[in-house]
Design a protein around this ligand. Structure first.
Ligand code: PMV
Length: 317
């Protein structure tokens, strides 16, 4: 058996503007993860079992554009007759069961799709005795992000592949950053599944209608992400609260927040968070709040009272 895991992620600053070349900051969230096991099977073929999405199917029954099929077919292309003497790869002839489980809520900004792709790629490549580099894993996960997101920046697959805090600029080499002094954030989930693809497409429509206006907004968001990186590296995390609040306002202007997200952001601030903002694609999914460690449980409780379906307290370190 071969197995691999990948963490969830949360975007601290810079979502949406990152699609337009501005920097964004994201960190892994290890409290949630996707896990993949690959086992030799007695039956022929590649069988996939993913109880969280109610899927039990043979690979060949999935549409070729299905994200799981895309990953598997990338690892096992069909260039022609294989040494097994058939079109299918030896691997498939032997028969395998792939079991995928995940504690990462789907379509909520915690990177569930990218985490499954990363864990699946690693588990399959190990099973074949051809472990891949992070760069190769990241490239495959990016392909599947295109299916989930349309025009993804690549931030989700990058932070999840490297499992390190990432200062991300689309198309640039991976840049991780150091956390000068660990700080605590509370993540609050609206419980509303919102496809990132739609929010990203709506922002694109706004931008196309008035590019100078939205370029200025993207510039300001990118500036906030840059400043946040400096503060985090300097161990001055208390300065992040105000930056989160301003970033949230700009995301509201971009129309990607929602009454539920705004309600949780407001509740966190009232409960004593130093700042709060929505995180990820928006319209639903998660928000984050910067808290003193001793206030984390209180803020999480207030988020629950304000309607959060779940909360995660995580230390960024
Ligand atoms: O919804 P999430 O957390 O997967 O975040 C998407 C982040 C966006 O900036 C909105 C899109 C992207 O591809 O970067």
């Amino acid at each position: 058996m071969s197995s691999a895991s990948a963490p969830g992620k949360i975007i601290l600053f810079g979502e949406h503007a990152v699609v337009y070349g501005r920097p964004a900051l994201a960190v892994p969230v290890t409290q949630v993860h996707a896990d993949v096991e690959v086992l030799d099977a007695s039956e022929d073929g590649i069988w996939i079992e993913a109880p969280d999405i109610d899927l039990h199917a043979e690979l060949k029954s999935l549409p070729s554009g299905h994200p799981l099929a895309v990953v598997i077919n990338k690892l096992f292309p069909h260039p022609g007759p294989s040494p097994c003497g058939a079109e299918a790869p030896c691997f498939a002839r032997r028969g395998v069961n792939i079991k995928i489980t995940s504690t990462i809520p789907v379509a909520s900004g915690l990177g569930s799709g990218a985490a499954v792709s990363v864990a699946l790629t690693r588990a399959l490549s190990l099973h074949l005795g051809r472990p891949m580099t992070n760069e190769q894993v990241n490239a495959i996960a990016y392909e599947t992000e295109k299916i989930h997101h349309g025009t993804p920046s690549g931030i989700d697959n990058t932070v999840i592949t490297y499992a390190r805090p990432v200062f991300f600029i689309k198309g640039r080499p991976i840049e991780t950053f150091k956390v000068g002094r660990p700080f605590t954030i509370v993540i609050g989930d609206t419980g509303i599944q919102a496809p990132t693809r739609e929010a990203v497409a709506d922002v694109r429509r706004l931008w196309e209608a008035d590019r100078p206006k939205w370029e200025r907004v993207f510039d300001e968001i990118g500036g906030i992400a840059g400043k946040a990186k400096e503060k985090i590296e300097a161990g001055e995390s208390e300065a992040l609260g105000e930056l989160m609040n301003r970033n949230h306002t700009l995301l509201q202007e971009l129309t990607v927040s929602s009454p539920e997200l705004d309600g949780l952001v407001e509740a966190a601030r009232k409960a004593g968070a130093a700042g709060a903002k929505m995180s990820g694609g928006g319209r639903g999914g998660n928000m984050i709040a910067l808290v003193r460690p001793e206030a984390a449980e209180t803020v999480a409780g207030c988020l629950k009272d304000a309607g959060a379906k779940r909360t995660i307290i995580t230390l960024v370190s």
